[in-house]
Design a protein around this ligand. Structure first.
Ligand SMILES: [Cu+2]
Length: 68
């Protein structure tokens, strides 16, 4: 299942890479694509709400704002 998360605060490719690397380390997340220009992080995951929640928390821990 794929989900697009709206994220504020990513300003460059470095931000994209941090998000992709750290969110991509979470279990049950198959792939992560971050785009600072559109302010989105797209994840492919198992469809479990807890997995989505973990991704949101990781993004916040990195200092970005997740719009619900
Ligand atoms: Cu940046």
């Amino acid at each position: 299942m794929e989900r697009e998360i709206k994220v504020k605060g990513m300003h460059c490719e470095g931000c994209e890479q941090r998000v992709q690397k750290l969110v991509g380390r979470l279990s049950k997340i198959e792939s992560v694509t971050a785009d600072h220009q559109s302010g989105t992080v797209t994840i492919a995951y198992d469809g479990n709400p807890e997995t989505l929640q973990a991704a949101n928390e990781q993004i916040r821990e990195l200092g970005y704002e997740v719009a619900q």
